[in-house]
Design a protein around this ligand. Structure first.
Ligand SMILES: C[S@@+](CC[C@H](N)C(=O)[O-])C[C@H]1O[C@@H](n2cnc3c(N)ncnc32)[C@H](O)[C@@H]1O
Length: 241
């Protein structure tokens, strides 16, 4: 039986390997450093329209899981001027230090929290919006379920989670190539479709799961899967969806 400690240890090892690889001069690491920082417009193009698409406002209580350098957090907070400072969670302390260096708005520093998405250090129903981009491909199915379970716990009823990651093309050769492209220093990425992501979310009891159809994403030229999941408010009737 896999214990919480086994999971935590496995994640810690993966994150250490990731940090080491990302600091290296491997061409993939250099490209990713750019995509996670100044190149956000290319790697997270669709997220620039998320606030408008979901009609978000300053009342949004945002958590970004796997926030890395905090680019998604800053982008949304700069658009929304959140009344409650947004929170960025990342397993990697080194990435959070970089996020602090990147951000001219020091008020947001307190919202950067080190911890795991599969056992989050937050109270139940703390947030009404969760974002999580490019984290799941490094997790196995049980870890993804554990993360979704946690998302359901920390979302308030009526809150939404928007999740996106690299998806499959349906062509085995191309998918094998794309897995190599997104592998970070020896990791074994999993490209999951919208259907698979929705199934994993349903497995942990989300009654509300939808294909989010986020696009475009300019770089790298690999398809994305994106879903929206939510904890329904009182009186919600899934048959009316
Ligand atoms: C590819 S980056 C995603 C960056 C950011 N979300 C974006 O869209 O630009 C993946 C990040 O997820 C973090 N991460 C991976 N597994 C995690 C976990 N279980 N809990 C929290 N953070 C995790 C890594 O440390 C890394 O910073």
């Amino acid at each position: 039986m896999t214990t919480y400690l086994d999971r935590y240890t496995a994640q810690a090892q993966r994150i250490r390997a990731y940090e080491g690889w990302l600091r290296s001069s491997a061409p993939g690491a250099m490209a990713l450093r750019w995509l996670l920082g100044p190149g956000q417009w290319a790697s997270n193009t669709a997220i620039y329209r998320l606030a408008e698409g979901l009609k978000l406002d300053a009342k949004t209580r945002l958590l970004d899981i796997g926030c890395e350098r905090g680019a998604v957090l800053r982008l949304l907070d700069d658009q929304l001027h959140c009344e409650v400072p947004p929170v960025g969670l990342d397993f990697s302390r080194a990435m959070l230090e970089q996020a602090r260096l990147d951000d001219p708005n020091t008020k947001r520093d307190a919202g950067l929290v080190q911890g795991s998405g599969i056992a989050m250090p937050f109270r139940d129903a703390t947030f009404n919006l969760v974002t999580c981009g490019y984290v799941l491909h490094d997790l196995d199915d049980d870890e993804v379920r554990a993360l979704f379970f946690e998302v359901g716990r920390i979302l308030e009823p009526g809150g939404l989670a928007v999740i996106w990651d690299f998806g499959p093309t349906g062509n085995r050769t191309l998918d094998a190539w794309n897995e190599r492209v997104v592998a970070t220093g020896g990791s074994t990425p999993r490209l999951r479709s919208n259907t698979t992501l929705r199934r994993l979310a349903s497995d942990v009891g989300f009654p509300f799961t939808r294909y989010a159809d986020l696009r475009p994403f300019l770089l790298p030229p690999i398809p994305r899967a994106s879903i929206i999941v939510g904890r329904p408010p009182a009186g919600f009737d899934p048959s009316k969806l």
